[in-house]
Design a protein around this ligand. Sequence first.
Ligand code: HEM
Length: 402
Amino acid sequence: MSLHPDPLDYPFWSAQGLDPYPGYPALRERPLARVRLPYGEEAWLATRHEDVRTVLSDPRFSLAEAARRDPPRTTPQVSHLGGLVGNDAPDHTRLRSLLGRAFTARRVERLRDDIRGIADGLLDRMGDTGPPADLVEDFAFPLPVTAICALMGVPAADHPRVRAWADTVCSGRVAPERMRSEAAEFTALLATWVEERRREPADDLLSLMTGACDKDGTLSEEEVMILVNEILVGGFVTTASQIGNSFSLLLHPEGAGRHLWTRLRADPGLIPQAVEELLRYLPLFNGMPLSPRYALEDIELGGVLVRRGEPVIGDLSAANRDPAAFPDPERLALDRSGTSHLTLGYGVHYCLGAHLARLELQVALERVLIRMPQLRLAVPHGELSWRSREFFNGLHALPVTW
Ligand code: HEM
């Protein structure tokens, strides 16, 4: 039974397409809100930028504690696996220092030409078979899927299975029984890659992880499996959705992004700022609440006393439109400085693939701008079909022509 009257139902499914939930301004006016998710215990919801940052970075908030609780969640099954997002220090530190080496800005920057090559190959194919084309299936998804699978060392023949598994995980509505059987199948497939790398190490993440398991025991066998899964699934659905969403905004003939598209065509040097502002502006996490953090002691947050043992969820989309952090937050602006958006997280769990995500988003804009400057929507914007009630805000398809 709730000690707090009238918790709000969360996530806020009412938001359509790329419109942020209209109730955010009122929520940010008051300190924390009480929310009830479809499953698990009630939680506090932080919506102000400053409070969300604190929840994500203060070590008195624990992610690992969720393993001992009935965490607030959108699916019947508890998906708390450990891995990076499920651990606190010192286990998190051990995993992160091993994997962080592979994702530094310098190492990722070396991939720029390879990722340009992947993008150009996809655009060549679109050019050969179209117009029209579906920018989601023909470009936004295969670009990051190919990139993360290549980094991981997944054989090309298995890329479609990685894509299918991530679709299952992120759909948010697969029955527990089917989820269990597909998870078992995917785990068996993962095990074949791991064994392959044991026999024949290469310059990829699978080899890095199996080496860390076999040579010095830095990772357990189970951790290798969890991390491969976490990096593969986390490593493309987000970026793919953000690419599709960005183009739907930029190509909308009457929308806020049209002006930005014109500016980028005139000056592609603005692409890095545009990528950053689009990460702030587009609400990517509509359906997936960030993993709840449990207070390890009584903590005052935004004027509310969060009792020891209570979970708090940070709402990134609300924080990213907080006028206290971003002046005129509803405006797309390329000249923002100072406070950073929280779309890639904050603190020790800050996105492992942040440099890679930025690189892929920049390359996606750059290659389309250079190769297909006349790209436009092939259907009225109002007819675009959005994946509703899934983890990430995204499109089923983005029909384009040129
Ligand atoms: C636009 C693309 C992306 C977005 C918006 C995004 C967002 C995020 C966010 C918000 C977190 C923090 C989660 C939390 O604190 O609970 C995170 C963590 C993580 N992301 Fe990303 N991500 C993106 C791309 C990627 C890519 C390309 C990879 C591939 C390596 C990746 C792998 C991870 C991993 C492994 C973590 C866990 C880090 C940790 O707990 O130390 N992400 N991401």
